[in-house]
Design a protein around this ligand. Structure first.
Ligand code: SF4
Length: 390
């Protein structure tokens, strides 16, 4: 056991009090087969009640308006709300969250649910970044993922977004069963033709309990070979880097200054507010997660109860280890030894010196003295390497 940091080094650092807020909107047109998010289809009739509950939850928790540097409205599909409800959502957020000068405000949207009227409402409210869930342009992959849109809807959404928001991003998924490396390469080329300044490219995950996972368990869905997935990932890194989108996190690529500042808060293990069904918050080292059950969330908030479920308070060492893992996900910045020490009170070499030495010798970690970063091979083996820091 390593000695806990002195009280002076942990005394209410600024990064433990939130300057970021996440707000969850769970409604979707259809529950996709791979989806493990707190999302529901067929419950749009509860949207007005949900917005009123969000307002109550924010009022209870915040007490008065708070200044924040980033707001992220995710889902679910926030743009599944109709124009009036979207307007009400922005009114509620505007009441409790004050964007600091230059703040980033992102809203997730799905193609097929964003029209010009909704986009105008968001832009007028101060939203400056849209994250569009395209996932694929290949009809067969979209079918496997059970996504209801196609390339025409993405084209329409991009045209709407491009005219109104200075920054926007596309989400893509690789490793979809039945797809080849060439299919994925085509998806990437199509995405690049749209000219996004940010791309998130995730390898498909078989989350336990999802229909996709059940299909794999029954032998009806055959996952891609690991080597094919690795080739897809490798191509992603090389192609996007050539296109001027740097890999700033394991799954995220951006042109300079277009990184998601909100997600960088998570990867620095900084504090954040969280509101809505299934939302997590992290304040003063305590992480709480709201219930993922929409009806339970509504019942609790409407009866004056908190919607929170489990609370996790990590001890200082566990928190420092978690911080190391998150920081090392940042490919370009990595982990700055002094910054890590300042934030956690621990020296990374005392926490994980053996793992650092071993992976540095293997070339998986680049150690330039002040900083540690994942090397190219380390990126592909990140899950195993980072697990050792825990
Ligand atoms: S649109 Fe997104 S959040 Fe909604 S069900 Fe599909 S994957 Fe889940």
């Amino acid at each position: 056991m390593i000695e806990a940091p002195s009280p002076a080094s942990t005394a209410e650092p600024a990064w433990q009090w939130p300057r970021a807020a996440y707000v969850h909107v769970p409604f979707c047109a259809h529950k996709c087969g791979y989806c493990d998010f707190a999302s529901v289809a067929g419950f749009d009739h509860l949207a007005d009640r949900y917005l009123a509950a969000l307002d109550c939850e924010m009022a209870d928790h915040l007490q008065h308006p708070r200044e924040v540097d980033t707001i992220f409205v995710g889902g679910g599909t926030p743009t599944r709300l109709d124009a009036r409800q979207l307007s009400e959502l922005t009114r509620i957020l505007g009441q409790w969250l004050i964007p600091a000068p230059g703040a980033e405000w992102t809203v997730e949207a799905n193609p097929g649910t964003l029209d010009a009227e909704k986009a105008d409402i968001l832009a007028a409210a101060g939203v400056d970044r849209i994250s569009l869930g395209a996932q694929s342009f290949r009809p067969e992959s979209l079918k496997v993922l059970e996504r209801e849109h196609g390339r025409p809807e993405v084209e329409k959404a991009v045209a709407i977004v491009r005219d109104r928001f200075p920054r926007w991003s596309l989400d893509l998924i690789f490793g979809v069963p039945g797809s080849s490396s060439a299919d994925w390469e085509r998806d990437l080329e199509i995405a690049l033709e749209f000219g996004p300044s940010h791309l998130s490219c995730y390898g498909l995950v078989y989350e336990k309990g999802t229909r996709l996972w059940q299909g794999r368990e029954r032998g009806e869905v055959r996952p891609l070979d690991e080597e094919v997935e690795r080739a897809m990932y490798e191509h992603t890194i090389d192609r996007l880097t050539r296109a001027g989108l740097s890999m700033y996190e394991i799954s995220n690529f951006a042109v300079p200054a277009h990184e998601s500042r909100h997600n960088l808060v998570y990867w620095a293990n900084e504090a954040y507010f969280g509101f809505g069904v299934g939302a997590a918050r992290y304040e003063r080292g305590v992480r709480t997660v709201n219930t993922r059950d929409l009806n339970a969330y509504l019942r609790r908030i409407e009866s004056g109860q908190p919607a929170t479920g489990p609370t996790e308070k990590l001890d200082p060492e566990a928190r420092a280890r978690e911080t190391a893992v998150l920081m090392l996900r940042r490919i370009a910045i990595g982990l700055d030894r002094d910054d890590f020490h300042r934030r956690t009170g621990f020296k990374i070499d005392e926490l994980a010196g053996a793992a650092i030495g071993r992976y540095r010798d293997l070339g998986y970690l680049i150690d330039d003295g002040p900083r540690l970063r994942l090397g190219r091979e380390g990126i592909f083996l990140a899950d195993g390497i980072l697990a050792e820091f825990l």
